[in-house]
Design a protein around this ligand. Sequence first.
Ligand SMILES: O=C(c1ccc(C(O)(O)C(F)(F)F)s1)N1CCn2c(-c3ccccc3)cnc2C1
Ligand SMILES: [Zn+2]
Ligand SMILES: [Zn+2]
Length: 423
Amino acid sequence: PLVGARAPATGLAYDPLMLKHGCSCGAHAPTHPEHGGRLQSVWARLCETNLVSRTERTRPRKATFEELQSVHTEAHVLMFAGRGRDAGGGGVAGVGGVGGAAGAGAGGVRQLVRLACGGVGVDSDTAWSEAHTAPAARMAAGAVLDLALRTARGELRNGFAVVRPPGHHAEPNQAMGFCFFNSVAIAARTLRTRMGLQRILIVDWDVHHGNGTQQIFYEDPHVLYVSIHRHDEGNFFPGTGAGTECGAGAGLGFNVNVPWSAGLSPPLGDAEYLAAFRAIVMPIAKEYDPEIVLVSCGFDAAAGHPAPLGGYNVSAACFAHMTRDLMQLANGKVVLSLEGGYDLPAMCDCAQECVRALLGERLAAPHYAELARKPHPAAQEVLRSTMAIQAHHWPKIKRYSELIGMSALEAGPLVAAARLGRL
Ligand SMILES: O=C(c1ccc(C(O)(O)C(F)(F)F)s1)N1CCn2c(-c3ccccc3)cnc2C1
Ligand SMILES: [Zn+2]
Ligand SMILES: [Zn+2]
């Protein structure tokens, strides 16, 4: 007899190969905040909480050169995809002195720098390991791509990629900010070319703006990039992501930045992030009506992150609620891909709650104080300014302007009315 098709499961992508990428100096935090222990901790937590056993473990594989080149230049891929046995030559041939040019791999000359710690990197933050960086970065891209394709096909309900190194700062021809290949961008581009999807939403809630992802899709209406990030008028890494950056050409209107300002006075939290989702992100996302949602899921906006790498107080419950909100879109086809996040307990809590959301479990509510709190005035100002800018491209979001000054408890019952234009 025909076996009934099982309901598709939540996919979880992880491979220990991604642990090995790091600096040859061998140090972890604070010299190198993006270290293998981040991934080890998150995976251990997902195992300990039996979430791994309730999901479908995919078997990630390295992205191919062709898949990497869907977004990156050949020079970049040859330089950073390593000399491994399955590579077509190229790669980094060694390091000159400080500031000395790397050996000219087939991909052309690339500057590698000697780091203060004695290691080698592509910039002062982004350490490179000759043996381990390429396989890890290719595995991360392959893991996200695999989850995205299988979710788009309906073989998986949704997914979470437990990956490193991160990708959202990587530009077509530039590695930076701990990133080498833009995994989420490669997945989006491949969904377009291989499955002909017409509307892909990328939401980036990493506390840092995804300059690479924005750049890659800046003129592309088939990929809507929405980022919520600390910007501080460009004084927070990487400095890009102003509200006025709305896309260009055919892509005008398909780039949305919510650029928080005013530093950490006070640190932003659930009240602000829930308001941004309620008034800006979800109204635009619903109007776009994506066929799949990819999330650059950094957890460095979570409480516990010191100022240079975050400084906000978003809770694990809030990340879970944002995940569940996005599951209303695209028949629930949502793939989260880990980007930043450096405080290990916070990362583990956030990953655990997001996977529980993907599994459809009942969610813990954010703290009452956060649900009852109106967004900070400076944050309200950013939301109003973002709405004014984006209303040119997404006219319906004006219906939600009154919700900006409300707490979640006040606004909740009114969201439906706003959506119907009855506020
Ligand atoms: O803040 C960043 C980030 C680079 C990449 C970040 C990310 O967005 O969280 C990503 F890509 F990893 F997901 S965050 N940089 C690089 C490291 N950094 C630091 C460092 C802090 C400690 C040790 C070394 C560097 C301070 N300010 C910066 C700027
Ligand atoms: Zn080092
Ligand atoms: Zn970040």
